[in-house]
Each structure stands twice: as structure tokens, then as C-alpha cells.
Design a protein around this ligand. Sequence first.
Ligand code: ACO
Length: 525
Amino acid sequence: MAKFKTALEQKFSSDYLLGTIPYAPKLSSPRVREIVQQLDAEVLYGHNRLDNLAVNYAIAAMQLEHAVTRLKENTLVITPGDRSDIILGLLQAHQSVKYPHLAGILLSGDLQPPEPIRKLIDGLYDPLPILSLSVDTYETSELLKQVKTSLVVRNYTPLTEKVDRDKITLSIQLFDESIDLSKLEQQIKTIKAKGITPKMFTYNLLQQAKSQKQHIVLPEAKEVRILQAAAFMIERELVNITLLGNIAKIEQIIKQNNIALNLSQLQIIDPATAENFESYADQLYQLRKHKGLTLEVAREYMLDVSYFGTMMVYLGDADGMVSGAVHTTQHTLRPALQFIKTKPDCSIVSSVFFMCLEDRVLVYGDCAVNPNPNAEQLAEIAISSADTATAFGIEPKVALLSYSSGSSGQGEEVEKVRNATAIAKTRRPDLKIEGPIQYDAAVDLTVGSQKMPNSQVAGQASVLIFPELNTGNNTYKAVQRETGALAIGPVLQGLKKPVNDLSRGCTVDDIINTIAITAIQTQRS
Ligand code: ACO
């Protein structure tokens, strides 16, 4: 038996043991927000700091001079609410560079500081969270032991995440560092996936971006979501980043919003004081003087972050640009359309969305750029979208959508789609292309095989091309809202160098995905 057990243990250790993930106190420590929610505590101060992590707890019942010597980093200190001396001493200790940062103060015994002390704290800039509970100190410490932490944050404010991004990042980092991934891959490669699922797709985006680190410029550095996305990308070493804007202002926003972004790991350029400002303005003047642009106006344009960022990409000072969380599509794209221009084999810039449905990822084009493409342009959108699909691991089966399937329908709009399909088929005989086809016949096997039994695309389309922007934009938004699908994009195609636009309602995840996509496009451009 002993011999058998040893053999089994050996088998496990050699063949199956992939590594040991170390204990990370941060992962099991609750946010102050979770303590407030679970203990129903009253928040007296520090509403902006409820995302602080409470890694340690301490009871301060002794004299201040002894209590402060026992403080550790990220401690939530419990003290009776009438100990004004301790409360003020802890606030001071937290400010002092000689003592650790605290997570907050929890006042017990249903006692709150008297008015003069409250007035003093009221006058502090951005104080620590100070919470109040009605139970006594012993019961408070017992209750704290029952607080649970989760990767999903409830009652988040518009600026905080629904998920605890820091903890998720740390979990993935620990996993990547501790587990033998090649061994894991070998063990699971017998499971054959049917197609690409949204989780695989977004995971692959980050892995692919990391495989060859690119340099992305983010012009909207005054936007909190952009800084949060930048922090994520830097922390995971996915891309190099340049932020555009005033350094002091960016630093202030980072501090105010408690964003874990280490500025020494990225570049910040303020266009107004940039070393390259004059040469960039002159370059723009040279590129656009035939359109009547003067050097003076070129200088004015160069103060605009979209123009400055696009010029960095044009001149190779950055590999790609992501913007649009604050600016309109037109503001973001116009510089790229004006001087980055289209690739030699493309006449227009168009876009796709990766629509991450529950069990598959579809490609929708063009839902963001070209208001009313003609047949030639529609064919080009179909081809570019198929190539984008391939580049991101999706086998393209292209459906050019219309209100009629096959040869039955008539009308100007159907004719346009019919012509576009013929052009696309002639230009790219290697692709599977169908059109005109209705949406249901394109994606539903039963309907598809009834309406177009001999089609290689009907019922299984992965790339759906809309006849014009009105239909495309409304459809992608309808699918996104009604099914909860993640819509990644718009991803621009056809530009010589990658620039991508964000929707102004974008989340931090949308920005992260778009930066990763831009990095992957630059790897291939
Ligand atoms: N491909 C290539 N070049 C183009 C394109 C294109 N699709 N569109 C315009 N250009 C070029 C023009 O040729 C011109 O170049 P030039 O100055 O060297 O001659 C330059 O760009 C500017 O042309 P304009 O006609 O002035 O284009 P403008 O900048 O006004 O608009 C834009 C371009 C923004 C793409 C416009 O077509 C547009 O507004 N599209 C709709 C955007 C939109 O509202 N989308 C829906 C919302 S996005 C969302 O929901 C995620």
C-alpha cells in the first residue's frame, strides 16, 4: 500500500503538479466598502477612499504614543468613538511619512467625536474613511472576522469598477508566475474547442498584445477611465504607453482617484511644451499646405491632443493611438484620415465591431464610419472585415446583409448589395461570401438552409456586413443592449497605421481591449 501511495504521489508530482500559488494577503483582505456594506456601518468621513484595502486590523485602546508604534501598513484601526486623542493621532500618523498608511478608522460603541473634533476633521483634505458602528469594541472585532471579500464590488460608484480589477490582475499575475503554463497547455490540449468564445477571444487579445510589446499613445490622459486602463496595461506589461497632457494635472487626477499608476513606467508629453512641437507643426503644414493650411493654423492644430497623438504615430514616435473616450468620432479620426491615409490596397477607412455573444464572436462592419457606402466601397468593407476577422482568429464567412435573400428581392438597395457581393467575390475568390442575405438566414442554420440551401455562408456567417451606417450602428447597439453582448470596437481597418476610436460611453474594459487590438494591429502593420 505504502509503495502504491508513493508511486501515486510521484505520478502527481511529476505529471500533474503545475506549481503552487503563494498566499497573497491582499486577495483575502476586504475593501473598506465591503466592511461598510456587510456591517451596515455609517460612513462619517472618507467617502472617496472606500476602496482602501483593510489588510490588518488593530484595536487602539492604549495611550496614543503606544498605539502608533503598533500600526502596520493598510490597518483598519478600531477605537471607541469618544477617543478623540486616538482619532486625531491616527489621522496624523496616516499623513506622516514616518508611519504606515492606514486603511481607515472604525469607531465602536455608538459614540462619535464631539463637534469641535468633527469640525477639525471636516477641514481636512481628503481624510481617511472613518466609520461608526453601534456595537462595542469586542463585538466590532468579532464582526470584522466575518466580513467576506469578493472580486465583484457591489454598490460601486460610476467611477469604480463592478469588478475588483486590482485583485483580478494580482490573481492572474500570481497564476502566470507560479503555474507551469506550457505543462498546463499540454494537459488540456486534448479538449478541442468548437469555435472562439468571448472569454478566449479577450484572453487571446491580451496574450497576443504582450507577445510583442508595442508603444501606444493615449491622448485623453485627463480621463479617469483612460488612466485606469493605462494602469492595467502597464501593470501587466502589455504595452508601452505615452499619455498626452499636463503632467501636474495628470498626477493630481491619479492621486485624487487612487489609481495605481506608476508614472516612472510611462512617458507623459504635454503638446504645448513638447520638444517636437515645432517640427510636428511643420510636418502637418507640409502635409496639408496643398489644402490651404497655413503654418500658423498647423501650430494651433498641434496643440490639439488628437492631432499631436496622430502625428506621433505618423512619424513613428508611437506605434498606434487610442482615443475617443472624451472626443467625438470625427475629432478622433479626422487627423488620421487627413494624413495617415489609407493603405495602398484600400480606398476607404472602415470599421468593425467584435460582437462577443454568449458562445461565439461575430464581426459586424461597418457600424461607425461610412454613412452610405456605394457598391465598390461596400465590397471593400466586406473584404477588409474578412481580413480583420482572420487576423483576430475568426474564420471569415461573409454575409452582405439586405432585406432580401438570394435573387428574389428587387429595389435599389438590394441591387447595391448584389453588386457589392459580385465585386467582392471577383476581387477575393478565396473568401466565402454571400449576399444579399437577411440577418436570420445568415446566422440561423434552419432558416439559412431553407432560404439558401447551397450556400457555404448561410446559417453560419461570422462576418456580417451592413448596407449602410444607419442599419449597422442601430443593429450593433440593439444587439449590445438587448443581449448584454460585449461590443469591442469600432476597430478601424484600412489605415496605414493603427488609430482606434472609443465610444464615449466606453468602460475601462472597452479601453483595455481597444488598446490591445491596436497593439496587435501595429504588430502586423
Ligand atoms: N476613408 C478614407 N478617407 C476618408 C474617409 C474614409 N471613410 N472619410 C473621409 N475621409 C478623408 C477625406 O477624403 C478627406 O481627406 P482630404 O482632406 O485629404 O481630402 C478627410 O478625410 C476629411 O474628409 P471629410 O469629408 O471632411 O470628413 P470628416 O472628417 O468630416 O468626416 C468621418 C469623416 C468622421 C469618418 C465622417 O464620415 C463621419 O462623421 N462618419 C460617421 C461617424 C459617426 O457618427 N459614427 C457613428 C457613431 S460612432 C459609434 O457609435 C461607436
